[in-house]
Ligand binder design. Structure first.
Ligand SMILES: [Zn+2]
Length: 475
């Protein structure tokens, strides 16, 4: 089985071959280099943004599940028109303004159980790399200056437009171009470096004081971190043109080598069938949904279980269905933990587990077909429940099934998940349960209640039964 993912550049599903090393055995020792366009930290990210960030997380988790190593960067855009305007409006420095929203963004990632990546470069810390690209382009005669700003001249770069397949006449007609308040020679050209207005944050460069254009930021951070062609670049479909097209133009013109081998784009999220907008009242940040009482776990479940290349329609009905799906999984876990029968592992549980892992992997290998993967998971849950109903399952079988669920959850990140967004530490919970049992025996009910309440605050519910205390995760 090989993992194939759709490449926007070639319009085909293609195998992921890290570093283009053809030999699979050595290929696996080469990390998959990934760059994901990150947030512009000027406000709270909305759930459409989080669909893309959750996809990035799902992609890296699946690559690791398939035995690849990953070396993943996501940038923080901490200087652009919106952040500068926001800082001026609030009367704070650009740094104070962007740090506030950067912290909020990282809290939201943690809430959604999104893994940390290896690099979080900031635009303002990568100015040297931007100057290097612009200097190279200038030597090649691709840059021109107008009123203190520097522009990339698209007429000097013949290969422009391969990713989006946008006809140049369409761009020239002005239907979809990079709107910019500055004067340009050609409507298609884009700013590499912008003249700063008095009082704005600015950096010294060989061309005088100024600040970066948005597109150059990603090209510079990729070069600075990876130094050469990367395997995968991800982002929302709205970034294909002009942002990613411009990244390709400036990087390939500057360094004369392929910029990115595999482009992966995530489709839009709609809310109640319409594009999210504040005026329509269907615009939600993650925190808006939490304030309405929805759990981060259900939100994560809902956002990762629709295929990344299809538009997703977010509804509150969908969150309720996610709650129900998670409850089915949780109920199986409670039942598995209740098994007391001792016997050697039976053939049934083992073959069930193997078949499930094979089906799950075969589905996701085909352009990350999550629906097929979730179908396999719920068939597995159904079959495991049937084994329990027939009492054809021992403690060892139950543990094997739990281990398989943990393995799958290294990809999904929704099964062993608490409200605080941290992964469940079962040994710690068991330790607290044991302490609570001892406290009760010693008639120290205050301590026993204290333990129950502190676990409840983490989203862990205790149930006292004749066989002892068991626990489950609150939805
Ligand atoms: Zn970008």
């Amino acid at each position: 089985m090989t993992l194939k993912i759709y490449n926007t550049m070639s319009c085909k599903s293609e195998e992921i071959i890290p570093g283009l090393t053809q030999d699979v055995s050595s290929g696996k020792s080469h990390p998959v280099t990934i760059y994901s366009c990150g947030p512009t930290v000027y406000s709270y990210a909305h759930i459409g943004n989080f669909r893309t960030f959750l996809f990035n997380d799902f992609l890296r988790r699946y690559l690791k599940f398939r035995g690849f190593r990953v070396d993943h960067a996501m940038n923080i855009t901490d200087v652009d028109d919106k952040t500068i305007a926001g800082a001026a409006r609030d009367g704070v420095t650009l740094k104070q303004y962007t740090e506030k929203y950067t912290d909020i963004f990282f809290e939201d990632l943690k809430t959604l159980n999104i893994e940390s990546v290896e690099h979080y470069p900031k635009a303002t810390e990568s100015i040297d790399a931007m100057i290097d690209i612009i200097s190279r382009l200038e030597k090649k005669g691709i840059v021109y200056e107008k009123e203190g700003s520097l522009y990339f001249s698209i007429s000097k770069y013949e290969r422009y437009g391969r990713l989006s397949n946008v006809e140049s006449r369409e761009i020239k007609s002005g239907a979809r171009y990079d709107a910019d308040e500055y004067e340009k020679d050609d409507v298609r050209d884009f700013a590499l470096w912008k003249a700063s207005k008095p009082g704005e944050t600015a950096w010294d460069t060989p061309w005088g004081k100024g600040r970066p254009g948005w597109h150059i930021e990603c090209s510079a951070m990729i070069r600075k971190i990876f130094g050469t062609t990367i395997d995968i670049h991800t982002g929302g479909v709205d970034l294909i043109f002009p942002h990613h097209e411009n990244e390709i133009a400036q990087s390939e013109a500057a360094y004369d080598e392929t910029f990115v081998r595999h482009w992966i784009h995530v489709e839009h999220l709609l809310v109640d069938g319409a594009k999210m907008s504040k005026s329509k009242g269907n615009f939600y940040t993650l925190r808006d949904l939490l304030d309405r009482g929805h759990s981060p776990r259900s939100i994560r479940y809902l956002l990762i279980t629709s295929h990344y290349r299809k538009q997703m329609n977010f509804t509150f009905e969908g969150i309720t269905q996610a709650d129900q799906a998670l409850e089915r999984i949780d109920n199986l876990i409670v039942r598995l933990k209740d098994i007391r029968k001792t016997a050697p592992p039976g053939a049934d549980a083992g073959s069930l587990a193997d078949q499930f892992i094979d089906r799950f992997t075969a589905a996701l290998d085909e352009d990350l077909n999550i629906s097929g993967g979730m179908g396999a998971l719920f068939d597995f849950i159904h079959a495991a429940n049937a084994l329990i109903d027939r009492e054809a399952i021992s403690i060892d079988d139950a543990q094997l099934i739990l281990d398989v669920l943990k393995k799958i959850d290294s990809v999904l990140g929704v099964i062993f998940f608490t409200e605080s967004g941290t992964r469940v530490d079962e040994a710690r919970i068991q330790g607290l349960l044991d302490e609570r049992t001892r406290a009760k025996k010693e008639r120290n009910f205050a301590r026993a209640d204290e333990i129950r309440d502190s676990l409840l605050a983490e989203g862990i519910i205790l149930e006292d039964t004749k066989e002892g205390t068991r626990w489950k995760i609150r939805k």
